[in-house]
Every structure is written in structure tokens, then in C-alpha cells.
Write a protein that binds this ligand. Structure first.
Ligand SMILES: Cc1cc2nc3c(=O)[nH]c(=O)nc-3n(C[C@H](O)[C@H](O)[C@H](O)COP(=O)(O)OP(=O)(O)OC[C@H]3O[C@@H](n4cnc5c(N)ncnc54)[C@H](O)[C@@H]3O)c2cc1C
Length: 346
């Protein structure tokens, strides 16, 4: 059964993810898509920010154009923990009644979104790749389905808020803005039952040296690399090109890359100036993540590999023969450029 007072739910909310006092890039991407939706809906954009000692981040969000930041600060909220975060967020939703609520499709955002949607008794579309508004004013939430073969459009016509998680890198962040919104402090009520879990320590996996969603050059490897030892060629090519290392699902399964380096449907969407895919077949689940790259180069020894259909330049051959030559040439030209610069200097 749906709710009867749909018209009371107004405004567009985005959740600001932060860790140790730093805003996650995806928070600004969410703010930007919320602004796009707000223009169509003629609504205000509010951001909800939870933490402790994070007022400067609220100021940052205002500088990026949020009309309002709901700021909930409490020592318990310093580190993310599901129950206190869900309590504060769902209380605020019940009180203020936003029409749309967007969260990042990160580990934190996905965990929180599911819990909050259940508490406020609404639906949730996970891992959206596109959002828009239909002529009834409903949120159109587009999600790849059936392994990426179908793009499903999901509506939530009878419940509010309409909730969606959005994958990092799918939307671009906007621009800083001159207008200034306001910070509204939110009273934090934590109950004893919210403290069943306690975060004792945070252990971080070794992340990539450079984030793939921010790099101009991304060198990605696939199952065709074959073993950990040969993976060094992916890394060396990335290094000489001053790029970041990414990959497909099999290298993640093998432990050659971390989760934040996987590109594709359930990984990240990237927009580099140059993407080089080595030993990658080019199935849709990977290719959806590289479609916005300016130039795509593929190296594969199988001429019929699907990746060549997406590539601007295809190199057919064994990467073990090709990549070491390319690395060697690039290293030579980089060192001769250094010598030239040294000679030119007075
Ligand atoms: C719901 C769902 C979500 C998924 N999400 C993702 C996702 O986000 N990202 C993702 O990447 N995958 C995802 N996958 C997995 C995806 O379907 C593929 O299994 C995966 O992308 C294949 O990776 P690959 O191209 O590295 O491996 P393969 O398909 O095995 O291709 C290896 C390629 O290497 C080539 N090769 C082999 N040896 C050499 C050599 N010596 N030199 C040159 N070329 C060589 C081969 O010709 C082959 O084309 C998902 C799957 C499902 C079902």
C-alpha cells in the first residue's frame, strides 16, 4: 500500500559522504545531478552531512551550490556506523519529507540506503547510471539489468522519498557557485540500541596509487594478462604514461587490483583522455565503463575480440611482445626529452 499524501514531499536531497574530514568526490557529483533534477522540478537542493567536526565541509557544499545543508554532528557519527547513521537520516526524512533522496553507490552509501529505505518504507534503485524526471514529476531511475543487456527504467510512484544510489564517476561534478545557501543544524538523537556495533579500528586496503576516475590516462588489464608476474607490464605502461591502473573483473578476482580499480557495470565509469585495454575481451559489462573515454586503444591477440568494435585503435598481437617494446620506446623518448631540456637550460 502506498502513501496518500504524496504532495507533501518536496525538495531534492543528496547524501554527502565524507571520511576523516574529507568529502568524497561522489558527494559533489550527487550535488550536481540533484541540481539538474531541481531545475526541472523547480525545487530546492539540500545535502545531508553527518560526522563530527565537519562544519567546514558543510561550507564547501554551500560553495558548490547546495541551497541548504542539514548538518548532524555528534561524536558517535565521527566514523560511519550503520545504526546511528540510519537513525539520524531516517528521522530527518520522516520530519522534513523530501521528494527525492540520492546516495552514492559506494560501500557506505549502499549500506545506509538499504537500511534507510526499509525504515521509511520506500523503494530503492541501486547503482543508477542515469536519472531524469518524467512528465508526471516522477524520478526515472535507470539501472543496467540482465548483465548490462537491458537498461531498466524504475519508477517509485506510490512511496516517498524516491530513493536511488548513483555510481561514482557517472555524473560530472558541477562548478562552484556564488549564491550562498544555509546550514541547518540537526539535533542528533542516538538510542542505546543504535550502539550495538562499535567501530574499533579502520583497516584500509592498499588502494591504487592514482584514482582511475580522475586520471587522464588509464591503462587497464584483463584476464589475458594471465598471471601476477606479467601484470607488471600493465603497471609499467601506466607509469611511463603517468596514468592510473585499472582492470576488469578477473584481475580483481585474482587480487591483482583492488575493488576501486575495477571498471564497468559494477565498477567505476571513467572518462580519461586515453584508455588502453590490454588482454580484455570487451564484454558489455566492462565497455559501459569506458564509453566516455576520448581515445580507446585495445591490445588483444584475438582479431575477433569485441573490444576492437569500441576501439579507436586496435593492436592485434601478444601483449608480451607489444607492451615491453612500447614501454621501452616511451622510456627512451622521456629520457631524451629530459636531456634536451637539460641542454637547453642556460
Ligand atoms: C552482473 C555482472 C556484472 C559485471 N560487472 C563487471 C564490471 O563492472 N567490470 C568488468 O570488467 N566485468 C564485469 N563483469 C564480468 C564480465 O562479464 C566479464 O567476465 C569480464 O569483463 C571479462 O574480463 P576480461 O575481458 O578481462 O576477460 P576475458 O573475457 O577472459 O578476455 C580475455 C581477453 O584476453 C585476450 N588475451 C589472452 N591472452 C592474450 C595475450 N597474450 N595478449 C593479448 N591478448 C590476450 C583474449 O583474446 C581475450 O579476449 C560482470 C559480470 C556480471 C554477470
Amino acid at each position: 500500500m502506498g502513501i496518500s499524501n504524496l504532495g507533501e514531499w518536496k525538495g531534492i536531497w543528496a547524501f554527502a559522504e565524507q571520511e576523516e574530514g574529507c568529502l568524497a568526490e561522489v558527494s559533489l557529483e550527487l550535488l550536481s545531478v540533484a541540481q539538474f533534477l531541481a531545475k526541472k522540478r523547480m525545487a530546492e537542493v539540500s545535502v545531508i552531512l553527518l560526522g563530527y567536526g565537519v562544519e567546514s565541509l558543510a561550507e564547501q557544499l554551500l560553495a558548490w551550490g547546495a541551497d541548504r545543508v542539514f548538518l548532524a554532528e555528534h561524536p558517535t557519527l565521527e566514523k560511519y556506523s550503520t545504526l546511528p547513521y540510519a537513525r539520524v537520516t531516517s528521522n530527518l526524512i520522516t520530519e522534513i519529507k523530501p521528494e527525492f533522496f540520492l546516495l552514492p553507490a559506494t560501500s557506505l552509501g549502499s549500506d545506509l540506503a538499504a537500511r534507510v529505505a526499509a525504515r521509511v518504507n520506500t523503494g530503492l534503485s541501486a547503482h543508477c547510471t542515469h536519472l531524469d524526471i518524467n512528465d508526471k514529476g516522477e524520478l526515472r531511475q535507470v539501472v543496467p539489468a540482465f548483465g548490462g543487456k537491458v537498461m531498466a527504467t524504475i519508477l517509485c510512484p506510490k512511496h516517498r522519498p524516491q530513493m536511488a544510489t548513483v555510481r561514482p564517476g557517472v555524473f560530472r561534478k558541477g562548478e562552484p557557485q556564488k549564491k550562498r545557501g544555509m546550514i541547518e543544524r540537526v539535533p542528533v538523537e542516538i538510542r542505546p540500541e543504535d550502539l550495538k556495533q562499535k567501530v574499533l579500528e579502520v583497516h584500509r586496503g592498499k588502494g591504487p596509487a592514482r584514482a582511475i576516475e580522475e586520471a587522464d590516462v588509464v591503462v587497464a588489464g584483463g584476464a589475458g594478462i594471465g598471471n601476477k608476474d606479467d601484470w607488471k607490464w600493465v603497471e609499467r605502461l601506466a607509469e611511463v604514461l603517468n596514468g592510473a591502473v585499472g582492470g576488469t573483473r578477473p584481475p580483481l578476482d585474482e587480487g591483482w587490483i583492488s575493488e576501486d580499480q575495477m571498471i564497468g557495470q559494477s565498477g567505476k565509469t571513467i572518462r580519461p583522455k586515453l584508455y588502453i585495454g590490454i588482454g580484455i575481451s570487451g564484454v558489455i559489462q566492462h565497455v559501459v565503463g569506458i564509453q566516455d573515454a576520448q581515445v580507446i586503444i585495445a591490445i588483444n591477440h584475438e582479431p575477433r575480440a569485441a573490444i576492437f568494435q569500441s576501439a579507436d585503435l586496435g593492436v592485434i598481437g601478444d601483449f608480451r611482445k607489444i607492451v615491453p617494446l612500447v614501454v621501452d620506446e616511451l622510456e627512451k623518448s622521456a629520457s631524451s626529452a629530459r636531456v634536451d631540456r637539460a641542454i637547453l637550460q642556460p
